[in-house]
Design a protein around this ligand. Structure first.
Ligand SMILES: Nc1ncnc2c1ncn2[C@@H]1O[C@H](COP(=O)(O)OP(=O)(O)OP(=O)(O)O)[C@@H](O)[C@H]1O
Ligand SMILES: [Mg+2]
Length: 208
């Protein structure tokens, strides 16, 4: 079966879709056939795929299908690594995504309004015994806020990735062209960060 990664957060606008696409592209860069299930009715990742020139990754909308049905369909199309992009606020979808996933990553910004929303998905994933971790996104470089965020996140029963995703305009600029930051600037800072996150995910989260 393909590996299924859920990307979740209760807070809106923290970078779930940006990260879901970036980790799918990282999987492609690492030689895996990647696909994305867009479970958000807002269809951010699906619309991104319509702006995209390349065929891969396949991006399909959940709409009125089930996750199991779509995972089976994508498996039939050869997918090895499937990322589920989820909507904010919607706890039932966070629950079904957690259940359907082999592992999940919670995306958060490093500020109190964002950090206080990590608890619910963290509890769901912990209760299900799913391998899970936390990704800090949209972070300022070397700010006290980042140190404080890392300290606050130790309260949750899962690791926070040592590499945070810095606030960089390459992410929205890439999105405008249906790309990700690593594709737009393969030697850029975002590309380095995402490669480090991929390594951490494979060595610390999947194996644990
Ligand atoms: N690291 C980053 N640096 C700069 N901009 C970013 C970064 N991550 C995300 N953004 C921008 O922030 C905005 C929100 O990101 P995104 O749509 O990925 O969040 P989301 O959590 O999926 O939102 P929603 O809850 O609505 O689904 C987008 O315009 C995106 O380009
Ligand atoms: Mg989104």
């Amino acid at each position: 079966m393909p590996f299924v990664l859920g990307v979740v957060s209760r807070k809106g606008g923290v970078g779930k879709s940006t990260f879901a696409r970036a980790i799918a592209i990282q999987a492609l860069i690492e030689g895996k056939k990647a696909a994305i299930i867009d479970a958000d009715p807002q269809a951010t990742s699906f619309k991104w795929s319509r702006r995209r020139k390349e065929k891969a990754p396949a991006v399909v909308q959940l709409a009125d299908r089930t996750l199991a049905d779509l995972v089976a369909e994508l498996k039939g199309r050869g997918a090895e690594f499937i990322v589920i992009d989820t909507p904010p606020h919607d706890q039932p979808i966070i629950n079904i995504t957690a259940e359907a996933s082999d592992a999940a990553l919670i995306v958060t910004q490093p500020y109190p309004d964002d950090l206080q929303e990590v608890g619910v998905p963290a509890a769901i994933l912990h209760a299900l015994g799913k391998p899970a971790g936390i990704i800090l996104n949209n972070t300022p470089p070397r700010a006290h806020a980042l140190t404080m965020a890392r300290a606050a996140l130790t309260a949750f029963p899962m690791a926070t990735c040592p590499t945070a995703i810095t606030h960089l305009m390459s992410h929205p600029y890439a999105s405008a062209e249906g790309q990700t930051a690593q594709e737009r600037e393969p030697k850029g800072k975002a590309a380095t960060e995402l490669a480090e996150i991929w390594t951490w995910f494979n060595s610390s989260i999947i194996v644990s």
